[in-house]
Design a binder for this molecule. Structure first.
Ligand SMILES: O=C(O)CCC(=O)C(=O)O
Ligand SMILES: [Mn+2]
Length: 219
């Protein structure tokens, strides 16, 4: 008994995440999971952006998205008047997307495993940058071929209000505050849950922004 208790307590402290909030079946917020890596992740984000600058995609309907985006990995998420899709090349530079930094891949795999998803092998990392007025309306991540793999989503910079709904767009949404270092993982029965970003929390520093890394197995 004593050994069991000691063993499970010991097991808990090995995780980087002291707390996990369940959003639904197969969906967790790992609080502070990436906390100790924020500076390294930001340096890697800056290096990707230097090769593939952030841009505001057009929606298929022709509206400019308020979130600025770029990608790294084998494939990147693209939106324009032709629709949403994944592509191997940056349409701006016509070059392949920058490689996924090792720090990104190991964080994504470790977070997925902590949430119960083994062997997550993301081939796509979407980098989202939110200024104070940016929003991401309620949507499903459904452009991926491999819906068996989870989504891993990492928050950096300003805090935000994440919307977590249901499998129908009209389902009630829950508001979840995401702080820098929080990692949301969703898959299994929650893989196609509607979600979005309602708002980014202000700061006196006008330069401040929020970044999000969304890891997916797209192909
Ligand atoms: O910024 C976030 O936390 C969510 C991003 C997202 O849902 C997406 O890029 O599909
Ligand atoms: Mn999404």
């Amino acid at each position: 008994m004593t050994l069991d208790l000691f063993g499970s307590a010991h097991h808990d402290v090995r995780h980087d995440s002291p707390q996990a909030d369940e959003l639904g079946p197969g969906a967790l917020v790992l609080r502070g999971f990436a906390q100790s890596q924020l500076a390294d992740l930001q340096a890697d984000i800056d290096a990707v952006i230097a090769q593939a600058p952030l841009r505001h995609w057009l929606t298929p309907g022709g509206k400019r998205m308020s979130v600025a985006m770029t990608n790294c990995g084998e494939v990147g998420w693209i939106s324009d008047r032709q629709g949403y899709r994944y592509g191997t090349h940056d349409p701006l530079s016509k070059r392949p997307w920058p490689a996924m930094p090792v720090s990104f891949l190991s964080l994504a795999r470790h977070a997925a495993e902590t949430a119960g998803y083994r062997d997550f092998t993301p081939d796509a990392c979407l980098i989202n940058r939110y200024a104070l007025d940016a929003r991401l309306t309620l949507h499903q991540d459904r452009d991926e071929r491999e819906l068996g793999a989870p989504i891993v989503s990492v928050s950096l910079g300003l805090p935000a209000t994440f919307l977590w709904g249901g499998l129908q767009r009209s389902d009630r949404t829950r508001r979840v505050r995401l702080a820098p270092g929080d990692v949301v993982v969703w898959g299994g029965p929650s893989r196609l849950v509607y979600h979005g970003i309602a708002s980014v929390e202000g700061s006196f520093d006008a330069q401040a922004v929020r970044y999000n890394l969304t890891f997916r197995q797209a192909r």
